[in-house]
Design a protein around this ligand. Structure first.
Ligand code: NI
Length: 188
């Protein structure tokens, strides 16, 4: 178990297309991939994120962890159980979109207003290699889109349609957060 260093915007690894996880490695008795997953979970929790993608810890692999437990800072944020996604693919984006404030551990201290589909369908494998399909809506759907974008070399800035809605965290909290109902603002 270890907390890993997080890659910051400008590091080329964040702009690469991540490689699929090899199932032989996922199930290997040596367990390197399982240790990596545990370390990603530790890192996400330590950094107070609700999601983390492997390129953010310098591994160009299609691997995502997400979790949102009760947080006093964001009491309204819906809870997301710990989920490990291996080789996830968004197979359907709902047509309806909503704007929400996002942050990213690789763009620390920035918040931006990002349009995302309200609903998505995602196919992935869990850490044991079982195939799973989920339909997500609202906050978990946003987290999934943000994290799976990381596997395609994209960050939330690339999805913004109005860069005037980009703010440092301190200014966001001073000028924006109190004036709007923020129920999904989070760092991923
Ligand atoms: Ni992120």
């Amino acid at each position: 178990m270890a907390v890993l260093k997080v890659a910051k915007l400008g590091n080329p690894i964040l702009r690469q297309i991540a490689q699929p996880v090899d199932f032989e490695l996922l199930n290997s008795p040596v367990g390197e991939m399982q240790v990596l997953i545990d370390n990603m979970i530790d890192t996400m929790r330590e950094e107070d994120g609700v999601g983390l993608a492997a390129p953010q810890i310098f591994q160009s692999l299609q691997l995502v962890v997400m979790e949102c437990s009760f947080n006093e800072r964001y009491p309204e944020a819906p809870e997301i159980p710990m989920t490990v996604l291996v080789n996830p693919v968004i197979t359907h984006y709902g047509e309806e979109k909503a704007m929400g404030w996002e942050g990213c551990l690789s763009l620390k201290d920035l918040r931006g207003l990002v349009p995302r589909s309200e609903k998505v369908t995602v196919e992935y494998f869990d850490r044991e290699g079982n195939f799973i399909t989920i339909k997500a809506e609202g906050f978990p759907a946003v987290v999934l889109q943000h994290e799976i974008d990381h596997l395609q070399g994209k960050v939330f800035l690339d999805r913004m349609t109005d860069l005037s809605q980009l703010s440092y965290l301190e200014e966001f909290e001073e000028y924006i957060a109190d004036k709007e109902t923020i129920d999904s603002e989070s760092t991923q």
